[in-house]
Write a protein that binds this ligand. Structure first.
Ligand code: APR
Length: 241
């Protein structure tokens, strides 16, 4: 049996599938990943991108943060559409075979494709709030702002995304651990599995069918029952669902 037939068989035989994904799930929608071949972190900027995307940098240099965030994160997402990977995962949930999508992405494409139980480990660009009064703001308040977006009260509006140096949301963590620990099939795709604590949640999987679908090798390949070196949209798009 080839890899696709094995993946199809695993999916046909499972009813509590969890998908764990990263930026590689959205590259086929035109959104760059971070560490892949032409990822954001390989491009040259005034500051190291992982420095820019940190809490202390946001507080110290909001103008430089928002210049990067607008140009490299928000604007590319405004025109992005879900790809075959997002659609296949939404279909699996609709069939009652998938219990959760756990994502490190902040682009909202899983929800746009129809997925309902999406656990966003690193938050979302679609939730924003004033740091002074707490007023909530939609993405437009950021995408249409010129420079640093401000609330009517004068406070700075911050995206509800987990920057470096910030903690993940406790509720999302416990829901993620519960979903993964109860999964009969765990499919990991489009992630380098190099960022913690996100990658550590895979260790809660107790089943024997870990599948990794990625363009580059990952540190979990050796633990996988099946590894597919390919584009996740193309791979999941071939499934008979
Ligand atoms: N199909 C399969 N794999 C892909 C595809 C694709 N179409 N496109 C890219 N990839 C792979 C890349 O080879 C790479 O291994 O997806 C992986 C993406 O890895 P990263 O760019 O490191 O993204 P991610 O793992 O999501 O990063 C985690 O790092 O900077 C933080 O907060 C940021 O959430 C992000 C976190």
């Amino acid at each position: 049996m080839d890899s696709m037939q094995t993946l199809q068989q695993y999916i046909d035989q499972s009813s509590r599938i969890v998908f764990f994904g990263g930026a590689g799930v959205s590259t086929e929608s035109g959104i760059k990943d971070f560490r892949g071949v032409d990822g954001l972190y390989h491009l040259k900027y005034k500051y190291n991108p992982e420095t820019i995307l940190s809490h202390s940098f946001f507080l110290r240099h909001p103008e430089d943060f928002y210049e990067f965030y607008q140009d490299k994160i928000v604007q590319p997402t405004l025109t992005a559409q879900p790809n075959a990977a997002h659609c296949a995962l939404a279909r699996l949930e609709e069939l009652g075979k998938l219990t959760a999508v756990v994502t490190q992405n902040i682009d909202g494409l899983h929800q746009m494709a129809g997925s309902r139980n999406v656990l966003e480990l690193h938050g979302t660009i679609h939730r924003n709030y004033c740091m002074q009064c707490g007023q909530a703001y939609p993405l437009e308040a950021i995408s249409q702002a010129d420079g640093v977006p401000h609330c009517q009260c004068g406070g700075i509006i911050k995206p509800d995304v987990v920057l470096y140096e910030e903690p993940l949301n406790d509720t999302v963590i416990s829901q993620t651990i519960q979903a993964i620990s109860q999964a009969d099939l765990l499919i990991v795709g489009g992630t380098s599995l190099t960022v913690y604590p996100a990658a550590s949640f895979l260790d809660f999987y107790q089943g024997s069918r870990l599948v990794v679908i990625n363009l580059d090798i990952t540190s979990y390949d050796s633990k996988a029952a099946l590894t597919i070196n390919g584009k996740i949209g193309e791979v999941l798009g071939q499934l008979k669902l």
